[in-house]
Design a protein around this ligand. Structure first.
Ligand code: SF4
Length: 476
């Protein structure tokens, strides 16, 4: 049976500038009955739906939900700017803090007259929203206007695991409502797309096609990015790189415990300063790279400003690898920017063809994607060929396939922080393997991205940022 759309009456009433009182008088029923329909507390009879269709001059099926495609359509034919992969914002979670913050800002701007807001969080946003600080960010965004927050743990029939309903009131009367999906990496999609979607600026959306194009034109991947994005991208990436370095440097000086109640000690500083008496260069590299990844991840867990790469939870992997190389081999900022361009392209391909959301595809989509980006960046920095860059990224994501997202207490701390460090080392390993073995490879990056998507959809929901299974069941 088709489901009645409670918001349809409200939409039409507002569009036609009819008050609840006038509508109820036209229908010969009480004001309260119309209010109940609009809030989904009851449903009009067939006779009243017929009358409503006549009053608003719409077909009767306007009031019923169309058969829906269960996934939010977010795969455009081309790709948007890579700057969307590198969002500068407050942690700890791109989908649970940056995305909701952005949605609430837009909704607030569109509802200047409102004197009360309400937000209903569903799915993963409800289950791990407290741990991720979603409610705190939402309240801050609507401040000084009051915002009531409801955590809905019941509804499971959602178009996206990170769904939120935003409602605006003026003097107790509802004046606007919209559903928004936080689709990962701080990106949001408004239901029925009342907000203009991001511009498509790349005509290709498969690595195979991009590689063929670059080889034909004899250009590098970063040159392909710059040719499509223009100067603004380079300027933005300079800012993002500067923020990444700041996160590492501040994180390395930071002591104490992380917020949230797990009483987890910050470890970046200790790791950076501890040294074995007879430390080998390999052990030192491991320790220093990991300390950088810990530094960014601990800044993120503390709610400080970081750069998504491609998400908040996985923000430590890429900067750790690049910062270590810059310190060790004196790579210039321009060389790092080129590496960021190539890494952004890989992140963009994953976002477009699969997902970068832990709630949608598990941690393979966050840490796996970050590792692929870091491997591609390092391969670009070392001047490796396009085929070697592809193989490095493919190895990096392949060996994260099936990785679950099960943060303890919904906090982006355990396993997230260590996982960033391990993935940074794995990215270095992937580049080493690629430089020797690239000619023997059998599967492409596009193949693995598609596999990651399918694996993510096969993972059961408790393993996708709900804190219901896996490590999240451990009581600390
Ligand atoms: S487990 Fe992975 S995907 Fe889940 S919150 Fe932590 S870093 Fe993000």
């Amino acid at each position: 049976m088709e489901k009645f759309r409670s918001q349809a009456i409200k939409e039409l009433r507002i569009q036609n500038k009819i008050s609840q009182k006038t509508l109820s008088e036209n229908l010969g029923i009480s004001n309260r009955a119309v209010s109940k329909w609009e809030n989904g507390l009851s449903q009009p009879s067939a006779k009243h739906i017929y009358c409503l269709s006549k009053i608003f001059n719409v077909p009767m099926d306007y009031f019923y939900e169309k058969p829906k495609n269960k996934s939010v359509n977010k795969a455009p034919k081309g790709m948007t700017s890579i700057t969307e992969i590198y969002k500068i914002g407050r942690g700890p979670s791109s989908s649970h803090t940056i995305g909701p913050e952005k949605a609430c800002k837009i909704f607030k701007e569109n509802n200047h007259a409102a004197n009360l807001f309400k937000v209903i969080l569903y799915g993963s946003l409800a289950k791990t929203g407290k741990g991720h600080g979603t409610d705190t960010v939402i309240k801050k965004t609507f401040s000084p206007i009051t915002c009531d927050i409801e955590f809905n743990f019941v509804d499971a029939d959602l178009p996206h695991p990170n769904t939120m309903q935003l409602i605006a009131y003026k003097n107790d009367l509802e004046i606007d409502r919209i559903r928004v999906f936080s689709v990962g990496g701080g990106n949001i999609v408004f239901e029925n797309a009342t907000v203009a979607p991001s511009k498509i600026i790349y005509q290709h959306n498969k690595f195979t096609d991009i590689a063929a194009y670059c080889k034909d034109k004899r250009i590098k991947l970063w040159e392909y990015v710059e040719a499509n994005e223009g100067d603004t991208c380079r300027r933005y990436l300079r800012k993002a790189w500067s923020m990444m370095k700041e996160s590492i440097e501040t994180g390395l000086e930071s002591d104490g415990t992380l917020p949230g109640g797990l009483e987890l000690q910050k470890k970046a500083k200790t790791l950076y300063n501890s040294q074995h008496i007879d430390e080998s260069p390999e052990t030192r590299e491991n320790r220093i790279v990991c300390s950088y990844a810990f530094a960014v991840s601990e800044q993120n867990a503390s709610g400080e400003t970081i750069v998504t790469a491609p998400t908040c939870g996985a923000a430590g992997v890429l900067p750790a690898v690049l910062y270590y190389q810059q310190q060790k081999n004196n790579f210039s900022d321009d060389q790092i920017i080129h590496a960021l361009m190539t890494a952004g392209l890989i992140g963009n391909l994953i976002k477009t063809n699969a997902s970068i959301s832990g709630a949608e595809c598990g941690c393979q989509a966050e840490i796996g994607s970050a590792c692929a980006m870091a491997a591609a960046a390092l391969a670009e920095l070392f001047g490796l060929s396009i085929d070697k860059i592809e193989y490095a990224a493919e190895i990096a994501i392949e060996h994260h396939l099936g990785l679950t997202c099960d943060p303890i207490c919904g906090l982006v701390q355990i396993p997230c922080i260590e996982r960033n460090a391990v993935a940074a080392m794995r990215a270095i390993n992937a580049v080493n393997l690629s430089s020797f073995l690239w000619s023997t490879r059998k599967i492409s990056l596009d193949n693995v991205i598609q596999t990651m998507k399918e694996t993510g959809h096969d993972l059961s929901s408790p393993y996708k940022e709900t804190s219901e299974a896996g490590l999240a069941k451990i009581k600390i």
